[in-house]
Ligand binder design. Structure first.
Ligand SMILES: *Cc1c(COP(=O)(O)O)cnc(C)c1O
Length: 361
């Protein structure tokens, strides 16, 4: 069998959930498991995070899968529902739905439901993605309070710059001003907010990336926050080439040997989810980090669909069959992301369905 594998550690998930609780000891935790558990498998991660107070997903099918697997916690649909039929389903399943638009508000008001809904009312605090503008938000809140289809209301917003210097002072102040005196539970904090803005932890936190052991903040290592990588993305060397000075490697000749170079061929390519441009972006010098036989080295040249190249010159013991870590404990996914001008989120979510996944305790 092709030696590529993504190994998901339930222990690391439990550890990272405990870390969230240490950072935000007074908040309930809604584990964000959208995008197939950030690429780790929805049900896999739900088992690792079963102690969470709730789960947040995007679509109703994910919520159905969680309920079918026996998870009874609060489940939030982050974009709400897309039609009246889904609203009925959500009500039957006891889900929480985001209400972010006038259209969704009206759909809820005119629905005939078996049970009233749990509602997260979303304010647009400056990101200009989903949510009501402040004044419309207050108005929507009044209508929800008066609506027979509403069981309870939680107020939420999402910050655009919790991870950088701009911070959240301005949107947080706006949110606080607008919601003052409403006396309803509040949900504000993604991972960056949990790690960097304790004043905004509020009643519920919504961690995503930190649960998977990667960093939401470009310039800080996840391990510096005490997080453990959940995914070990591994493969093996399946070929070795001795390349002379002046010879090139891979499509487009993007690497030229300036010294005799021992090149390892790894069974992993962009069709497995490894970024094609890793190590070739202008913001980064040198190949992307990769570990072979437990030693750090770099990728060479351009990633192909099914294979990539790495430098074995200083790892003479490496040969066909040697282990390769694409990312995991030795090579932070954030380091591969930095070498690819993207974020760990994108790499984790992009691990392809053809990569077998193994869950370990
Ligand atoms: C995805 C998402 C989160 C989690 O964000 P992380 O940066 O992964 O912690 C939280 N809240 C909302 C609304 C989201 O869409």
């Amino acid at each position: 069998m092709r030696p590529i594998l993504a190994t998901v550690s339930l222990n690391a998930l439990r550890h990272n959930l405990a870390a969230v609780r240490k950072f935000a000891p007074h908040s309930k935790t809604m584990a964000v498991v959208k995008a197939n558990g950030y690429g780790h498998g929805l049900i896999n991660v739900a088992h690792g995070l079963s102690a969470a107070d709730g789960f947040a997903v995007l679509g109703i099918n994910e919520a159905i899968d969680l309920r079918d697997a026996g998870f009874q916690q609060t489940i939030l649909l982050l974009e709400g529902v897309f039609c009246a039929q889904e609203l009925n389903l959500a009500s039957n399943l006891g889900l929480n739905v985001v209400i972010h638009s006038q259209q969704q508000l009206e759909m809820l008001e005119s629905a005939i439901l078996v049970k009233p809904m749990h509602v997260h009312l979303k304010m647009n605090s400056g990101m200009n993605r989903l949510g009501f503008q402040p004044e419309a938000f207050i108005h929507a809140q009044e209508r929800l309070r008066a609506c027979k289809n509403v069981a309870d209301i939680t107020l939420m917003t999402h910050f655009a710059t919790a991870d950088d210097e701009a911070g959240i002072d301005k949107p947080l102040k706006l949110f606080r001003t607008i919601t003052q005196g409403l006396n309803l539970p509040v949900s504000l904090a993604n991972s960056a907010t949990i790690l960097r803005h304790p004043d905004a932890h509020a009643d519920w936190v919504r961690p995503g990336i930190m649960l998977y052991g990667a960093s939401p903040v470009g310039d800080a290592a996840a391990t510096a926050y005490g997080l453990m990588p959940v995914m070990q993305f591994t493969s093996e060397i399946i070929g070795v080439q001795e390349v002379n000075v002046g010879e090139t490697v891979g499509y487009g000749n993007r690497f030229t040997a300036t010294q005799p170079t021992r090149v390892g061929i790894v069974a992993c390519g962009y069709a497995d989810g490894y970024p094609r441009h890793a190590g070739l972006v202008s913001s980064y010098q040198g190949g992307a980090p990769i570990a072979v036989a437990g030693k750090l080295t770099t990728t060479l040249g351009r990633v192909s669909m099914d294979m990539l190249f790495c430098d074995l010159t200083n790892i003479p013991e490496a040969e066909i069959g040697s282990s390769v870590e694409l990312w995991g404990n030795q090579v932070p996914v954030d380091a591969v992301a930095a070498a690819s001008d993207t974020v760990g989120y994108e790499l984790l979510c992009a691990v392809a369905p053809r990569v077998p996944m193994k869950v370990i305790d």
